[in-house]
Design a protein around this ligand. Structure first.
Ligand SMILES: NC(=O)c1ccc[n+]([C@@H]2O[C@H](COP(=O)([O-])OP(=O)(O)OC[C@H]3O[C@@H](n4cnc5c(N)ncnc54)[C@H](OP(=O)(O)O)[C@@H]3O)[C@@H](O)[C@H]2O)c1
Length: 276
């Protein structure tokens, strides 16, 4: 897959983000560098990790071993809940950068608002500082409901460039996407395949047959047409390649209407208001 086939979405700070990225949640340390190299060879230029995933060092290793110029790869990591707070976030960032072995980061996210801790506003101020110091290009959040975002708008200076949220055909997050768009925030979809749980769906099977592609490709193409950034995870080389090969077909209005009927509101993860 030619990496230039993947659209670069504009962020409100002037940078861009490749619309299809590679997620590494639950990729074991011993498989991560190889999975990242495989993804980069397959054409991905965007890797999504987090302190929680405990594989930042191996992500950095895979990036270096790929031989691809650092500037051509977009790397995201995230501050974990227990590191929230101004000073502790600055320290957590240093630790992540040491592990990644990179001299700048493309995107740093607050992983969850963790509202019962009530430290996400201070945490956001730390991200503003890191951006001001030139250590990270773009700053954003993850799992923020509109009311958490509104608090950042009211109490801090910079509007997050992305919000990475759970999003798949069961949970299309229409309200959140409309809110993000209004505020110039790009929506990123995590667990875009509902962790694989949606793959046996008969409606999607029919669409896959119609277009001569896999069900995973139908879903990833749906994300692309919604305009969200999508970061599927796989440790299987054939799936890694398949998941980015979604630019040779298009879902029509009837296909999109069929996928819209799959909405159930079901989450594979926690509601952000309940994870403290
Ligand atoms: N911000 C957050 O709170 C948050 C939370 C969760 C995830 N994320 C991010 O989002 C990324 C993706 O989410 P996810 O890992 O939870 O789930 P996902 O990408 O929705 O699904 C991954 C599962 O689907 C399987 N799979 C992938 N491609 C497939 C294909 N073409 N055909 C059949 N099965 C396929 C994988 O199996 P194999 O690996 O065995 O091939 C794996 O079991 C994560 O890796 C992480 O970067 C962020």
């Amino acid at each position: 897959m030619d990496p230039s086939a993947v659209p670069a979405l504009s962020l409100s700070d002037g940078y861009t983000i490749p619309q299809v990225g590679f997620g590494v949640y639950k990729v074991p340390q011993h498989q991560t560098a190889e999975a990242v190299r495989t993804a980069l060879e397959a054409g991905y230029r965007h890797i999504d990790t987090a302190t929680l995933y405990a594989n930042e060092a191996q992500v950095g290793q895979g990036v270096r071993e790929s031989g691809i110029a650092r500037e051509d790869i977009f790397v995201t990591t995230k501050v974990w809940n227990s590191d929230q707070g101004f000073d502790s976030t600055l320290r957590a960032f240093d630790t992540s950068m040491d592990l990644l072995g990179l001299d700048y980061l493309d995107l740093y996210l607050i992983h969850w608002p963790a509202p019962t801790q009530d430290r996400y506003v201070d945490t956001w101020r730390a991200l503003e500082r890191l951006q001001g110091d030139g250590r990270v290009r773009s700053i954003g959040v993850s799992n923020f409901h509109p009311h958490h975002l509104q608090r950042l708008f009211d109490e801090t200076e910079i509007v997050p460039v992305v919000n990475q949220i759970e999003l798949h055909p069961w949970l299309p997050q229409t309200e959140a996407r409309v809110f993000h768009k209004k505020h110039g925030i790009v929506t990123e979809a995590w667990s875009p395949l509902a962790r694989g749980g949606i793959l046996g769906n008969p409606t999607l099977d029919l669409l896959a047959e119609k277009h001569g592609v896999s069900v995973a490709q139908v879903i990833i193409r749906w994300h692309v047409q919604l305009g969200t950034v999508v970061i599927p995870k796989s440790v299987t080389p054939s799936r890694i390649a398949e998941n980015i090969d979604v630019f040779g077909f298009e879902l029509d209005d009837a296909d999109l209407a069929a996928i819209a009927t799959l909405e159930t509101g079901e989450r594979t993860g926690r509601d952000p208001d309940d994870l403290g």
